[in-house]
Design a protein. Sequence first.
Length: 356
Amino acid sequence: MNVHSVTASDRDAGAWFRPSGAVTGVGSLPHTDPARAIAFVARWAPEVPFWPQLRRRSAGEAMLPQTFGAALAHLVPVRGEHAYSLRAGRADRFAAALESDGGRLDPGNAAGFQPFVDALAAGAFPGVRAAKGQAMGPVTLACSVLVDGVPLIEHAALRELLADHVVRVARWQAGMLRPHAPAVIMVLDEAYLGGALRAHPGSAGVIADLLRSVVLRVRGPRVLVGIHCCDEIPFAVLDAVSPDLYSFDAWNGAGAMAGDPAARRFLAAGGLVAWGWIPTRDDLTGVDVAGLAARWDAAAARLAAQEDSLNAARILASALVTASCGLAGSSEATCERSFELAAGVGRRFAEQAGSA
């Protein structure tokens, strides 16, 4: 199956969408019941709701099995749900499975998706401004599979097929969500992007081109495309890939972002940022709204001081607030506290920007 490009827009195509400190989730929640998970999302992320991935419900809800779909039958796990190896003699069958897959999520591996679409259609999110979807990104997928002992990302033909597959998965989600929300934000989870760039420094251009090719083909009318990475990356990759949104671990990385010229250029050019201020851990003792807001204020001030076109109000306008990563490993009580903190930080963002 061939995937044809959608005409690419400039990064500032998303300038019409201003999240202004709205809360959303990275994707996974610790719940096992889809209805309870969606009610949780409606309570804590009413403006930018996301479909919940329920890893504790099923091993198939992990992002690699969820994204590979039927092609997973040609892989064998080598590190649990985090890495696979292509079965001997299965390269052609694996490629055929990828090419024939239309990108539809299997309800058995994504129990929260269709109920979320149904809830959107039924008006469960009356204040929705954008619905968020998520899928594993092509770089992370290509780094998670070994072919004859070599990472798939080193096999040009297979990595291009994998990128085409991600495009179909993301477009299918966007097509399901778009009728029920003013906008869609499709986020590609690139957990291994930083590691890939460190492990293959000579292939940085290939890696960036692979990811950019997916971003450009998924982006469309009322569909913005983001990248989530909770690892350290050189922010110059934002220039090379040109996503609409960058989602990152602000708890550990806000200082590095604020001091990087490429990150400032991304914001100044209209890029959106999901600040992952709430650390993903099961003990949030000592983490409070005032402290997080002070850290955000320091990062915003540093960004604004080094870029004339940025100020606190503009940085807020481009900001979403999230946990630093998915919350499948947290308790439900900690998950609730994480979103409570995120909501408080979002409100404080607005207060600080209003007084700037």
